[in-house]
Design a protein. Sequence first.
Length: 402
Amino acid sequence: MSTATVLRDPGFARLWAGTTASGLATWALPFVLALAVLDRGLTATGLGIVLAARTAGFLLAVPLGGVLADRYSRRAVVLWAGLAAALATPVIALGLGRSVLLMSVAAAVAGAGQGACRPAFQALTAEVVDEAGRQRANAAITLAVRATTLVAPAATALLATVLDTWALLTGTGLLWLLAALLPPRGRRPAPAAAPVALLKEFAEGVREARRHPWFLAGLAALTAVVFTGYSVTGVALPLISRDRYGTEAVLAAALTAYTAGALAGALLMARWRPRSQGWAALFGLGMYGCAPLSLLLPVRPVLVAAAYLLAGVGIELFNVPWFTATQREVEPRLLARVSSLDFLLSYGLAPIGLAVLAPAMESFGAAPVLAFCALVCFLAPAAAALIPASRHFRKRSGPAGR
């Protein structure tokens, strides 16, 4: 089954379109608000407050969304979370130039909608697509996300020449409306068991995660790479691009190369099924260490871009089989909760890494910090690969079909 064949399935095509719309809306909000700073409709401090509120809403809603998606219909959670984000985003526009508090509250609601959608979409994919097609389905979804990242900045900047910030934010709300309405119903009936306390239900998801040593090891490695490697990209790369190379072109080239590499990695994983899937995925995750390593050494700009190209390929060599294995191995009734634990730890700690990297570089120097980040990115996936179940991302160590 090819990626094109998966997309010809009406149910998955609707799911793919919905996840693409949510990804575009998620990306668009900070970019459009940055344009508002340029237009002096929002201060830089106000931008930071609004984006922090959105992140807080996201982190609070991820575990809640996981519990509700397992307790009720995954489709219903996507619907109501998407509608919340769709209604909140135009309210952010209403607050422009008037009230940062109003914008922050609305951004927190939009972030909560985004956070609740993430585990629900992950679980809904497992309901809509049969196991044989899930790797290609996950590859098709990540292809859409990466393509959006590549073309959306130029498209949004072009739209900004003819539309004001209010109109762009309203358009972002419409994208969330599409994300809410497009996905199909899943095949799983709503659970009939009486709900219990939210914390107890989330704890049940944690216990399910602990039943899978490969998941715990992979999640620890992913969290370490995001905490260090992503922080290097967010903080150190712009500084080194300016101070060492004297131009922002190195920053732009590195980020573009990363996205292009991720597109190539997703295309590769749409067709390639390595025999030792887990080891191949963890090797790909470790490739992110090339990024801080390239910034540590005084290399030519083209080598920095090449390092980020490899990092982009590697991250999708990990992401696609990681999502597919989680959908296959985790008990279906607990899938959204386990997925929410994944998103909460791997991306929830990222803001802390961003906050501590710059002070660490000032205190210890850039070279030791970059060397440490590179070592973590290389060694954390290697350590995870030592867990026997990590070889195939299965609780039992044999490959599929054995």
